[in-house]
Design a protein around this ligand. Structure first.
Ligand code: MLT
Length: 213
């Protein structure tokens, strides 16, 4: 469903069952699109509704969720602005599609994982849980948020050529200090996602949500 009145171009796939469902907020990587993570979302949580926006920042024609000054160096003013825009988008989407705002789970990859981490750090209360594939520390907030009861899975690649594995560890520490329940899963992989870690994340999510898979 593209070109809707909501502020970000997006795909929305309703849940197959209508009651008590979660929504997966899918956030793609640099140069990706709103279509990229739909198959991943269907694997991660088949009962969920899928809400997948297209990042509205263009870097030489590649879509992103916020500006960067150079690889790994972020425009923090833009990051704060885009994070709050995304919160507004999620709220508008929840109203439009009648989503349970207390059951929104982010699944992000690379730049999308960084945006999901920023949502956790700057807009606590937006996400019920998050699966972050190849994230970095997007920013260190002036005041640590309170993320009690929020489960976060960080999936790192031991041979990631884009994001240093220490970034995953730093982010885990920052989220842990903010009272999130954080798990890290390492793959013998580079920056690209593997089928095995998607399966791992699916089992982790089912366990946290108490869903029998
Ligand atoms: C990317 O290429 O997307 C980086 O790894 C992460 C980012 O710039 O946010």
């Amino acid at each position: 469903m593209t070109n809707s009145p909501l502020a970000l171009v997006h795909e929305f796939l309703p849940a197959r069952e209508n009651t008590n469902v979660h929504t997966l907020l899918l956030l793609h990587g640099t140069g990706g699109s709103q279509f990229d993570l739909l198959p991943v979302g269907e694997r991660l949580l088949p009962t969920a509704a899928l809400l997948s926006p297209l990042g509205n920042v263009s870097e030489n024609g590649m879509a992103r969720f916020f500006r960067r000054l150079s690889p790994g160096v972020f425009d923090l003013d833009d990051l704060r602005l885009r994070t709050h825009e995304l919160v507004q988008f999620v709220e508008a989407a929840a109203a439009t599609y009648e989503l349970d705002k207390t059951r929104i789970i982010a699944a992000g990859y690379s730049n999308g994982a960084n945006m999901a981490a920023s949502l956790l750090l700057l807009a606590p209360g937006t996400l019920h849980a998050a699966v972050l594939f190849r994230p970095m520390v997007p920013l260190v907030p002036a005041k640590k948020p309170s993320l009690d009861g929020v489960n976060v899975l960080i999936c790192g690649g031991r041979h990631d050529e884009v994001v240093a594995p220490e970034e995953a560890v730093r982010l885990a520490e920052l989220l842990h200090e903010s009272n999130a329940a954080v798990s890290i899963h390492w793959s013998d992989a580079g920056h690209g996602l593997t089928s095995q870690e998607i399966a791992y994340a699916r089992d982790w999510l089912s366990g946290k949500l108490g869903i029998k898979s």
